[in-house]
Design a binder for this molecule. Structure first.
Ligand code: 5GP
Ligand code: ZN
Length: 109
């Protein structure tokens, strides 16, 4: 079972901020912004390449709820999902980074 499946199944602890039957959001262990939360589906999906439009519809609503819960919805935030080698995806379980709490820099490779 992959790392994020273990977090979804409560086999590994994480600092959760929001959860429902299908998704869970928790603080990133190595934050890259004052607010850095990861939102994942509880069922294993390798990456954005494999997610269905149906799951994304619910994921979108969940991410919007997370943004509200961690109080970045009004001040602004960034949603990122890294895909594959060039995207820099390290954990092979679909996750959306929700970053905020400060003015974020943009544009580097
Ligand atoms: P990726 O590079 O795959 O888009 O992002 C993976 C993210 O997962 C990284 O930001 C990393 O800090 C975070 N991460 C890796 N392992 C753990 C863990 O065990 N717990 C938590 N909360 N975050 C993790
Ligand atoms: Zn998984």
């Amino acid at each position: 079972m992959c790392l994020f499946c273990k977090i979804a199944n409560n086999e590994l602890t994480a600092n959760k901020v929001h959860e429902n039957d299908d998704f869970v959001a928790f603080h990133d262990i190595n934050p890259k912004a004052p607010v850095h939360v990861l939102a994942i589906p509880k069922t294993h999906v390798d990456s954005f390449n494999e997610v269905t439009p149906e799951m994304m519809a619910d994921m979108t609503a969940f991410i919007q709820e997370v943004a509200e819960k961690v109080d970045v919805k009004e001040s602004g935030y960034r949603v990122i999902t890294n895909v594959g080698e060039n995207g820099g995806q390290e954990v092979k379980h679909l996750h959306f980074h929700i970053l905020g709490g400060a003015r974020l820099r943009w544009g580097h490779f």
